[in-house]
Ligand binder design. Structure first.
Ligand code: DAH
Length: 339
């Protein structure tokens, strides 16, 4: 019996050593220790053993079983460790590989231009404020000295929510909101989106951006307007930039003007960029109309002020020499990344 057990054990060990995979080991376990396994068969044959020898044989079987189990466990642990090591080797991380770059966006030329304008004006002590894009007719037109039958209303046709509420056609209404707050003096710029029912082409869009400016204080004159806007132009387009004011008409300013800057490409001699003019129009401006002050409860005999309105896209297009406004709205990252 002892020999038989030794044989079984030796065969088990041989098979264990030959096993190359975990499931093979499991097969060995089943065929030696399982219910129908060889050791179990020996136990089942106990009935043929003399009763006085049975404890001894039982003990031998148990010892053989424990030994096979121990060797099986060892083999399994070894095999698992080897598998783990192989896996670690296969999955090794190459820390010298360049990292995958995150695709981040890029600031829009409008944003870059706006931040530049804000930097210039806040540097002169202006506050940056905002007004509503959905606006009352009163703020967009009426309080800016544009009564219902005024032809300026035709030029600024927009999208009406109802007869009283519309998408603002200009940021000028923010002037009124600021004046109504009743805090003087005022020195503000108000950037924002405006709307007009225009067809899209290289120079028009139904939605674009303006930056409004307003200064109200005692003794503000046209000289302050000129000095401020000339300095703005120099900071934005370069130290050499000259400005020119052409008389114009806006209902909410009197006198009113449009300001041109000398072409920063040719310096004023005339080139393709300025269409041979030497000058480029960039904004509308003027002294705040006394009617506008009165409607917002400011005494025009005590206070005066100037206002201006710049198209943000116009500045971005000029500064970055972009010749089609539509490019600004397509948001193609390959285009935006250039600025
Ligand atoms: N709101 C005018 C426009 O959309 C621009 C403008 C002109 C604004 C003169 C002003 C101003 O404040 O004084 O055409």
């Amino acid at each position: 019996m002892k020999e038989k057990l030794e044989q079984i054990k030796a065969e088990a060990i041989r098979q264990i050593n030959e096993s190359e995979a975990l499931d093979k080991l499991n097969d060995v376990r089943v065929s030696f220790l399982g219910k129908k396994g060889e050791l179990t068969a020996v136990l089942k044959g106990m009935k043929d053993v003399a009763p006085e020898d049975r404890p001894k044989v039982g003990q031998l079987v148990n010892e053989a079983r424990e030994e096979i189990e121990r060797i099986l466990d060892e083999a399994r642990t070894n095999m698992e460790r080897k598998l783990r090591e192989a896996k670690m080797k296969a999955e090794v991380i190459d820390v010298t590989l360049p990292a995958q770059r995150n695709k981040v966006g890029h600031r829009h030329p409008n944003t870059i231009a706006l931040e530049e304008v804000e930097r210039i004006f806040t540097g002169m002590g202006y506050e940056v404020v905002e007004g509503p894009e959905i606006e009352k007719d009163y703020y967009n037109f009426e309080a800016l000295n544009i009564p219902a039958d005024h032809p300026a209303k035709d030029e600024q046709d927009t999208f009406y929510i109802n007869s009283d509420i519309l998408l603002r056609t200009q940021t000028s209404g923010v002037q009124v909101h600021e004046m109504e707050k009743g805090k003087l003096p005022i020195r503000m710029i108000a950037p924002g989106r405006v709307f007009r029912s225009d067809e899209v082409d290289a120079t028009h869009s139904p939605s674009f951006h303006q930056i409004e400016g307003l200064v109200i204080d005692k003794n503000i004159t046209f000289a302050d307007l000129k000095g401020t806007l000339a300095e703005f132009a120099r900071e934005l387009f370069g130290e050499e930039t000259k400005v020119k004011f052409r008389p114009h008409h806006f209902p909410f300013t009197e006198p009113s003007a449009e300001m041109d800057v000398s072409c920063f490409k040719c310096g004023g001699s005339g080139c393709r960029f300025c269409k041979g003019e030497g000058w480029i129009e960039i904004l509308g401006c003027g002294m705040v109309h006394p009617n506008v002050l009165k409607m917002s409860n400011i005494d025009p005999d005590a206070y005066t002020g100037f206002a201006f309105g710049v198209g943000l896209e116009r500045i971005a297009l000029l500064k970055y020499e972009i010749d089609d406004m539509r490019l600004l709205y397509e948001n193609d990252i390959r285009f935006l990344k250039q600025f």
